[in-house]
Design a protein around this ligand. Structure first.
Ligand code: COA
Length: 179
């Protein structure tokens, strides 16, 4: 063991939940890990301005270390009762900050946002191979209602269409009115 390994420093972190701002967009790439979603972040931000989506981030020292996106409106048949049902997606927490309750806190914060807007129901998808995410959602009161082939596509930062095939569980939760 070296001298440096014998010492530690205790860090108390204040994490603030807020809506993403334009300056967050490059930071959401997390130093290259999500570079391929550059255009997706840009488009989602534009839809946030239009009022169709909301990008909720967990801000630590000015950096978004976690995120969850909310689809507020959709013409999709599944969400035809729009304004009452929201759809959560892209929940993620930076690896060093996992297992500390941040994912759960982001989910709960996103639920409060919908409750304040009088949404009754929320839907979320968990990849079938992502047992950890499903466990988190079920612990938070979500129940599996169906499954989906999880086929979708996006255009990456180089303009190349990427096709995703990620079979998933669809989970739902009833939201209580705000207190
Ligand atoms: C899924 C994900 C968002 C969870 O985020 P997280 O911040 O680790 O979530 P939490 O800390 O709230 O919960 C995770 C675990 O930590 C535990 N935990 C929560 N608070 C804790 C605390 N204060 N101390 C110790 N453990 C804690 C929870 O019980 C949970 O345990 P489990 O995995 O056995 O169920 C994160 O793992 C992630 O970003 N994964 C990659 C992206 C992804 O898969 N997203 C989901 C898309 S469907």
């Amino acid at each position: 063991m070296t001298a440096a390994e014998q010492h530690s420093f205790s860090l108390q972190a204040q994490v603030r939940f807020r809506t993403a701002i334009r300056e967050d967009l490059p930071k959401l790439e997390w130093g290259g890990e999500y570079l391929h979603f550059r255009r997706v972040f840009q488009r989602t931000y534009e839809e946030q301005i239009a009022g169709d989506r909301l990008m909720l981030v967990a801000d630590f020292n000015g950096f978004p270390i976690g995120q969850i996106f909310i689809q507020l409106q959709s013409l999709d048949r599944m969400f035809w009762d729009f304004r009452k049902r929201g759809y959560f997606y892209s929940l993620r927490v930076m690896e060093p900050f996992r297992g500390l309750g941040l994912g759960t806190a982001l989910l709960e914060e996103a639920e409060s946002i919908l409750q304040e807007r009088n949404y009754h129901m929320v839907t979320i998808a968990a990849a079938k191979e992502n047992a950890r995410a499903r466990r988190l959602y079920e612990r938070c009161g979500y129940r599996v209602v169906s499954e989906d082939a999880g086929r979708w596509s996006y255009i990456d930062h180089e303009g190349v269409t990427r096709y995703v095939h990620e079979p998933c569980w669809i989970l739902e939760k009833n939201l209580r009115p705000p207190r």
